[in-house]
Design a protein around this ligand. Structure first.
Ligand SMILES: O=C(O)CCC(=O)C(=O)O
Ligand SMILES: [Fe+2]
Length: 216
């Protein structure tokens, strides 16, 4: 998982938040299926009316250097903006593995309300080594593996606003993505220290070959 705390600067995030709040919201349960539909109690921005807003976030996401390095994104499977007013929550669930014919490898939440303005509304992930609670400042982007059980705890006061979505990566396996990312980081650091030499060519050849082997 990865937290990018200044994915959007505060001013851009506030501007986006205002545009979103001027767009109609509908009951969120309609877009979930099975178990998720039973535990989902939130509001969702009308996707058709908010299409430009979603497209703007998608473009920023697909071209962000840290997201590219971490997620190796191929495409965004689906996106929406959700709002949790006081009393709303999203109980424990797992997200669908396929949306709009895309495999969902990574989920993301872009936080669009400042954490001091609402009580509760934490994103809680069940990991092998215990629970992880996430509630960062406005403009922060959190990326996590889609396979994890997670929930949004009840909002006690204020409103939680977030843009969420799912990414299909070019590389399905998390360990393989880590290897490619670290080779990329090592390559950049080496070139910075020593300049380009024949070892860099060897490193680039091998990371390119691994990418060819693993990508889809
Ligand atoms: O709002 C969030 O951070 C996550 C919401 C969620 O789990 C979902 O919509 O599937
Ligand atoms: Fe979810």
């Amino acid at each position: 998982m990865l937290l990018i705390d200044n994915f959007l600067d505060r001013e851009t995030a506030e501007r986006l938040r205002k545009k979103i709040l001027d767009t109609p919201f509908l009951a969120g349960g309609a877009t979930a299926t099975g178990r998720a539909a039973k535990v989902k109690n939130n509001l969702q921005m009308d996707r058709e009316r908010g299409r430009k807003i979603l497209d703007d976030v998608a473009l920023r996401l697909m071209t962000h250097e840290q997201v590219e390095l971490y997620a190796i994104p191929k495409r965004i499977a689906a996106m929406s903006v959700n709002r949790y007013d006081a009393g709303m929550e999203y109980g424990s669930h797992t997200d669908a593995p396929i949306m709009n014919d895309c495999r969902c490898d990574l989920s993301f939440t872009l936080f669009l309300e400042d954490h001091v303005n609402y009580e509760g509304g934490e994103l809680v992930l069940e990991q092998e080594h215990g629970l992880l609670k996430v509630k960062p400042a406005i403009g922060s982007l959190f990326l996590y593996s889609t396979g994890l059980i997670h929930r949004v705890t009840p909002v006690a006061s204020g409103s939680r606003l977030a843009c969420i979505g799912w990414i299909q990566s070019r590389v399905r396996d998390e360990q393989q993505r880590t290897i490619l990312r670290e080779l990329n980081i090592a390559h950049r650091a080496y070139v910075e220290r020593h300049g380009h030499d024949e070892l860099v060519d060897m490193l680039l050849k091998n990371s390119a070959n691994l990418m060819r082997m693993w990508c889809d």
